[in-house]
Design a protein around this ligand. Structure first.
Ligand SMILES: [Zn+2]
Length: 199
């Protein structure tokens, strides 16, 4: 594991003021009180339709993007985040992600992860690369890989100037969540300490 790079990503995002701690309670309360006007949630389809810890109030303004391995189009999400309506982005990962297993399998077969991913879904590769995932992957720590995937996506959307401008003006906050299936618990990225913490 290249600890230099991974340490950098955890620390790098802790230095971005727009990346903030947000618990599931904060999300529900914020939506109810109106301090969160509109939340965008990006998560993996492997988590199923009933997303744990996400506010289920039918009036809550949450727009969910769900695709296998989080490979949503960054450009489309960035366009949405540049809109004045959206106040919060949550990238929601999970500990038992088949997408990560896919990357592990590629490694075991001796192929480059990128090569196999291109065969599997050519359109996904560019987006995953833009999240700078490849340089972190060693295949020996799925949970770390999943966490890095969440952080890399947060970083990726901040590369878009119109998203960065809204984030820097304080109108957009970004958050990272990680769901642990086996114990059914949630961790959230805590910029103050530069890691995922239990809520
Ligand atoms: Zn998944």
């Amino acid at each position: 594991m290249d600890t230099t790079n991974t340490t950098n990503l955890y620390e790098e995002l802790s230095l971005v003021p727009a990346v903030k701690l947000l618990t599931d309670i904060d999300l529900s309360d914020g939506l109810a009180a109106g301090s969160i006007s509109y939340a965008v949630l990006v998560c993996c389809s492997g988590m199923g339709l009933s997303l744990p810890y996400v506010c289920r109030d039918e009036n809550a303004r949450i727009l969910t993007f769900q695709s296998f391995g989080h490979k949503c189009s960054y450009s489309a999400i960035a366009e949405l985040l540049a809109n004045d309506l959206v106040s919060n982005l949550i990238v929601y990962g999970h500990s038992n992600c088949e997408f990560t297993r896919f990357l592990q399998k590629a490694r075991e077969q001796g192929s480059s992860e990128e090569q196999l991913l291109r065969q599997w879904d050519p359109s996904a590769c560019e987006e995953v690369e833009s999240g700078q995932i490849w340089r972190f992957f060693t295949g020996d720590n799925w949970l770390l890989m999943n966490e890095l995937q969440v952080l890399a996506e947060l970083k990726a959307v901040l590369q878009y100037p119109n998203v960065l401008a809204r984030a820097e003006s304080g109108k957009l906050s970004l958050h990272g969540w990680m769901y642990h299936e086996k114990i059914r618990k949630l961790q959230v990225y805590h910029p103050g300490v530069g890691r995922f913490d239990w809520v």
